[in-house]
Design a binder for this molecule. Sequence first.
Ligand SMILES: *[C@@H]1O[C@H](CO)[C@@H](O)[C@H](O)[C@H]1NC(C)=O
Ligand SMILES: *[C@@H]1O[C@H](CO)[C@@H](O)[C@H](O)[C@H]1NC(C)=O
Ligand SMILES: CC(=O)N[C@H]1CO[C@H](CO)[C@@H](O)[C@@H]1O
Length: 401
Amino acid sequence: MIASQTVLLFIIAVSETSAEVLSGVWSGFAEYSTPHYFPTTRYRVTPQYTDFTVSSVTYWGKVNDFHAQSSDNSSWVNSRRAPLTFCAIGDNSFWFTGLQQSDDLTVPTSMAISQSSTHPSYVSDYSAFDPSSLIYFIPQSPEEAAIEANTAKLSMPRTNCAMISATRAVQFWDSWVDFASRGSFLVQYDLKVSNNSLTVTRFKDLYGSVAENQYSYGLFASMKVNSVVYMYALDTSEYGNSQDIFVASAPAEKVVVKSTWRYWHNSTQSWSTEEPLAVKSHKLDAIYSLSGSDTFAMGESLFSAGGSIFYSEYHSAYIMVYVSTDKTKYIIEYAPTPVGPWSTLKKVLYTDSKNSLAAALVTPAMFSTPAAAGKSGKSLLMTPASSNSEYDGLTYKLNFA
Ligand SMILES: *[C@@H]1O[C@H](CO)[C@@H](O)[C@H](O)[C@H]1NC(C)=O
Ligand SMILES: *[C@@H]1O[C@H](CO)[C@@H](O)[C@H](O)[C@H]1NC(C)=O
Ligand SMILES: CC(=O)N[C@H]1CO[C@H](CO)[C@@H](O)[C@@H]1O
């Protein structure tokens, strides 16, 4: 069933009243109800079923934009840059991706709304509504807007959202100009169900360039557990000859206020106001490390994904999924708390040598629905890109035994 198209009305307004915030409002999109549930849990849990036996994996199709097809913009169906990131807000599903213009590398960001939890790959793409005037879904700062049109610039999310409440989620985006990262910024999405609008807000102290040696918390992964958001960062510097994951946390309601963030120091097993920097002395504060020549996908290419970290009610465990160094396997690790200690077994969850896994993410949210058989985490949605085209986002459903 294809929901009827509604006329798109949108307003992007850079706030005049406050220098601290940039915001835009999208409204008029079709109403798609995709009820999710998010289990609450204790901070410390007792993992189970950690053999992670998979019973089946089924292909659920390419992410298709029915709007583009119905208006005969079929070429735009495929112009969806991986990674595809998934954002559950209340009973709605959104996909956020980069979208590339063909002539140059100016990449407006895009929003797509998935139709239903039973067809995750059916979307309406509002950024491609009129391909002749691609839209910056994420409001740009005046500084970003001033960058010359033919300069390669893009903003893209690399991992799924953290849902804050039934009407709010946050996501971290990576900002690049001339193939150099400007660092990440936090985007807050507020869904107003009564008039079906999405307000997109950026906060000034959470965008712009990160300093040298400063980590981009939240860009590798983020999740909310009860009233706390955990934001994971990847270190790719060469100080310690390994790739390390660090974590910060903040009260969910205050995550946009950076002074509320606390940083986990693994060496002392405690939260601190001191932000670990990418220097050798902080290596011991990582919560997970890939040693030797192993690498995470993120950081290797402009269009690679971070990791996927979430709570699985089925496994009663915090789960981390990332892609193997050779980009053919999903690797799964687990922990009893959001900070670890994480398993270091590098267990292969699933091998997929057909598709392009550098951009692959995993989420339980799409199948954490009231109608789903089993607990949240029993089924996962995997979203690799097609190896034929990195513009084709694909969906697979994995069921645990
Ligand atoms: C819907 O509500 C938002 C937030 O209050 C508002 O900014 C927007 O203009 C409204 N949209 C319409 C179409 O009324
Ligand atoms: C973090 O600390 C815990 C507890 O001491 C330890 O088991 C774990 O190996 C440490 N993690 C890393 C990546 O060093
Ligand atoms: C390239 C192309 O086919 N563009 C069309 C996309 O759809 C809009 C709205 O129907 C048309 O105006 C464009 O010509």
